[in-house]
Design a protein around this ligand. Sequence first.
Ligand code: NAD
Ligand code: TDX
Length: 333
Amino acid sequence: MVRKLLVTGGAGFIGSNFVHHVLSHTDDHVTVLDKLTYAGNLASLEGLPADRFRFVRGDIADADLVDGLFADVDAVVHYAAESHNDNSLNDPRPFLDTNIIGTYTLLEAARRHDRRLHHISTDEVYGDLELDDPARFTEHTPYNPSSPYSSTKAGSDLLVRAWVRSFGVRATISNCSNNYGPYQHVEKFIPRQITNVLQGIRPRLYGKGENVRDWIHADDHSSAVLTILDRGVVGETYLIGADGEKDNRTVVELILTLLGQEPDAYDHVTDRAGHDLRYAIDSTKLRRELGWTPQYQDFDAGLRATIDWYRDHESWWAPTKDGVEAFYASKGQ
Ligand code: NAD
Ligand code: TDX
């Protein structure tokens, strides 16, 4: 059956990847609702089939706008968020407005119109793990978020669960680990370091660089979300991860090496306040119950392709680079 989907935050890094993925793997029609904050970029949505794609600029917290859009679709995939931890430490307010009130607004519309909703979330809701802890996060790990960003994402997840239980809203949730790939904003770790090296700036590692992130390519995140939308059980949560644990120092050294620099040509800078030590995802449930597998098993190859993309798409990222670096410089980072 051909569906009409509403994708919130579809002009962002992962949302735009999903829109491209859905339109090339299905006959579905997609409407993107995106506010085009500093993180949204229409250039990430170029080349889509005009007869199956529509863009609406607006805020997910605008109840009237959201109500009209829900009336016209079969299902909603909710990516829109304020997504950057460092920004949330600087000014938490937009995180509450979008991640909490925005998600609440969508849930109320899903309830009124009885629409299927998939909510995109993060592994950061579970807090962090010790470096030597053999455990990984599962769907049963207790919530323990650290930052204003992750606490508002945790709050949004709990709202979704409450609307499922109290009002019978047909929703699923996924919590994914750190994504990498093309079209990621240069404020984030991997694109920041790649574009630094391309501009002759030394990469910046927070603290000692021992922190571990569990990297997954954005294409694999998108295939997982489409799998959950197609076959996921309403009311369930699925963790998405691709066994990609790496410490930050290793990633920076790899970027430098792949760009032909000495691997130690980076600087240690002021650590992030409350910096989570390690994230690690056990995605057994998604793999066993829904049959999903990631395609990108080779991080070096995925990173090399990502570096090539940033080298070839300077016009996409250059307009935002100076502002991002000025913000970090003001924080000693
Ligand atoms: P992003 O910052 O690149 O994009 C966010 C998008 O949402 C932008 O296009 C922005 O304009 C839009 N937006 C923000 N506020 C809005 C509002 N009030 N109304 C409408 N649109 C609004 O973020 P991303 O990295 O693509 O993350 C997308 C989602 O995936 C988020 O929910 C995030 O929590 C989640 N997630 C991200 C990662 C990651 O590694 N980046 C990992 C796991 C989960
Ligand atoms: O310049 C930097 N130097 C550095 O050492 C930056 C920007 C980051 N870091 C470190 C902090 C983290 O340990 O790199 C790691 C990754 O940082 P981010 O890219 O800011 O990601 P993180 O805070 O881990 O959160 C990301 O993954 C989970 C996304 O931004 C979230 O939206 C998602 O929920």
